[in-house]
Ligand binder design. Structure first.
Ligand code: ATP
Ligand code: MG
Length: 594
């Protein structure tokens, strides 16, 4: 059946929506694919729904191809399973919570590990039942702190989530690799330029995990690559710590007057002027800067956290967030400093924090109760210029392991272009991407928490090991739009376009509309998906709308008809070709690959 634009439920807009931050959002709304219902929540109109369903179909085919079976869970879920895994608490404000008329707690599912684990536990009990992979394509709910860019970060969105169940680690590895291959095929078919990067597993728990990122300047994720193939989300970069150093030649730590050195630059200048190094100049990398945060646990408990890192680097907020999740670090306030006079703003040094072995150079009485975590570069034997916990005073030759210790390592300093790759494979370069998919080896965390065990070959109960795998289906619609649109509108790749060909009847005569309709019907009979612009509108309006709506091919039936010609336009390249009407069907069938 051909679809007539005069009948289709769509209105293109001449103006950008006020809240559109990125091109894909602007064009999906202007082309009449989606409409905003509430912040981060969208309705799908006929054109948009066709694209969404095609993405779903690609995902479904590739999941089926690895033997995963489709199921569907409710979005409205009881609290108890999420209580058992502590995610009712850990998800914090991101979870949509509600209660029923009896006061029982419910949530709108942000992801479904618990439900799948319990379903398999309900029905399966033997190693003979495994391996098993189940998936669903379903609506997820997350009360994102910053819903953004239309479908790219919604509060309601469509995800394909799958879960694998195996008796042993080798089985999990095989299931993980099968999913990885399926994802490669999915993102190839979507036509996205993407990279596979090492990822953090965040609130999911578990170990090995990789993300598929669509390379895009509008992406919220930053990743690094080395020429020799290392690739990681910056969140997951673990810098290689230098070896411990011999500090026996370094004199005792001493304090120095450093008036008005609120910044690292001022401090380095004073250091070079007043106590220069014999071998080379001091640099910011010789200073140990201590940044104070309030660490808030999901249950609301909070404590101070000081992060010590070389003064030439900032704390990267995303690396910090990922490293501490599900806890959150928030900046400290004036009141926090007021309540902790031991923390001397701008002059904080480790000696005041750790109660460590040798606070002798300060004579500090008793340590503050502050958690102190340091950058991996702060290794045993390294000497630093750092705060002396007194206004306008710093300490020099403060040696890690000798003059202070920390409570542990926290690798959250910014990663920079040109930094060495942790695996020694060369300098890193940074780029941005949109997270399209995420694959995790969850291991036994959920099976343990919910008691999913099966009998193994020897009749012994063993805990099942699981994987969890997600694709952002609605996000993919936006990501492909983002990658393909231009300043005139959407420009779909064939695999996702709502229609193969848009037939434009331009001009007044009956014959023109008749010829266009006949062409559309013949194309339809040959399996080409056709949208016929039969509206009583000017050619200019039709051309503009065809460009906004973005079908890969349009064919103009108009002025040329007198000479027996139609004009075929390729949306992506802008190329225009005159084709005899008599050959147009064969020509377009070939172009559409039908
Ligand atoms: P992000 O880091 O972007 O918040 P996530 O790591 O929390 O995503 P997962 O839990 O791994 O997301 O979810 C699997 C997939 O679902 C993601 O790879 C992404 O494609 C998609 N997704 C996650 N959150 C959203 C959202 N708010 N809107 C649209 N798609 C999303
Ligand atoms: Mg993820």
């Amino acid at each position: 059946m051909i679809t007539r634009l005069s009948q289709l439920f769509v209105r293109t807009l001449r103006e950008d929506p006020a809240d559109a931050e990125v091109p894909s959002h602007r064009w999906l709304v202007r082309a009449g694919y989606i409409r905003r219902a509430a912040p981060g929540i969208y309705s799908w109109l006929p054109l948009g729904l066709r694209v969404l369903q095609q993405v779903e179909q690609i995902v479904r085919e590739e999941m089926d191809a690895i033997g995963a079976q489709e199921v569907r869970f409710p979005a409205l879920l009881p609290r108890e399973p999420y209580e058992a895994t502590n995610r009712w608490t850990e998800y914090g404000a991101t979870l949509f919570r509600l209660s029923d008329r009896k006061g029982a707690d419910y949530l709108l599912g942000p992801t479904h590990e618990e439900m799948f684990t319990l379903l398999v536990k309900d029905l399966y009990s033997s190693y003979k039942d495994l391996p098993l992979s189940l998936y669903q394509i379903q609506t997820k709910y997350r009360d994102e702190a910053r819903p953004r860019a239309g479908l790219l970060r919604g509060r309601e969105f469509v995800m394909k989530d799958s879960y694998s169940f195996d008796v042993d680690d080798a089985g999990l590895e095989a299931s993980y690799q099968a999913h990885r291959q399926a994802y490669i095929r999915i993102f190839d078919r979507l036509g996205l330029e993407y990279v596979i990067v090492k990822a953090m597993s965040g609130a999911m728990g578990g170990s090995a995990s990789e993300e598929f990122l669509a390379v895009s300047p509008t992406g919220e994720d930053t990743f690094v690559r080395s020429p020799a193939g290392y690739a990681a989300n910056v969140e997951a970069v673990q810098i290689s710590a230098p070896p411990a150093q011999d500090a026996s030649g370094i004199g005792p730590a001493r304090t120095v007057d450093t008036p008005n050195t609120g910044t690292i630059v001022e401090l380095v200048d004073i250091a070079n002027a007043q106590f220069p190094r014999p071998d080379r100049a001091w640099t910011a990398a010789d200073t140990l800067k201590n940044v104070v945060f309030t660490l808030v646990q999901p249950d609301g408990r909070s404590e101070l956290l000081v992060v010590g890192l070389p003064g030439d680097r900032e704390v990267d907020p995303k690396r910090l967030e990922a490293a501490l999740a599900p806890a959150e670090a928030t900046p400290v306030t004036e009141e926090d400093f007021a309540a902790n006079p031991g923390l001397v703003r701008g002059y904080i040094g480790p000696a005041a924090l750790d109660g460590g072995p040798a606070r002798s150079y300060l004579g500090v009485e008793g340590p503050l109760k502050v958690r102190y975590l340091t950058d991996p570069r702060v290794v045993q034997g390294t000497a630093w210029i750092t705060g002396a916990n007194v206004v306008d005073t710093h300490a020099v030759d403060v040696v890690c392991g000798r003059d202070f210790t920390s409570d542990g390592v926290l690798d959250v300093a910014e990663v920079r272009d040109g930094d060495p790759a942790p695996d020694g494979s060369g300098p890193l370069s940074l780029a941005r991407g949109i997270e399209m998919g995420h694959i995790f080896q969850l291991g036994r965390k959920y099976a343990d928490a919910l008691g999913l065990k099966v009998l193994d070959e020897n009749g012994k109960l063993v805990t099942v090991t699981m994987g969890s795998y997600g694709v952002g289906v609605s996000r993919a619609v936006a990501a492909v739009a983002e990658a393909t649109c231009d300043d005139r509108g959407l420009a779909w790749p064939r695999a996702l376009a709502p229609f193969d060909v848009q037939v434009l009847a331009t001009g007044k005569g009956e014959e023109i509309l008749d010829a266009a309709t006949k062409l559309a019907e013949e194309l339809d009979a040959r399996g080409v998906r056709v949208l016929l612009d039969d509206r009583k509108a000017s050619p200019g309006v039709k051309f503009t709308d065809a460009e906004i709506m973005g079908m890969p091919t349009s064919v103009v039936v108009g002025r040329g008809l007198a000479e027996g010609l139609v004009e075929v336009r390729d949306r992506a390249s802008g190329e225009r070709t005159g084709v005899p009407l008599a050959n147009a069907v064969d020509y377009l069938v070939a172009v559409a690959g039908r």
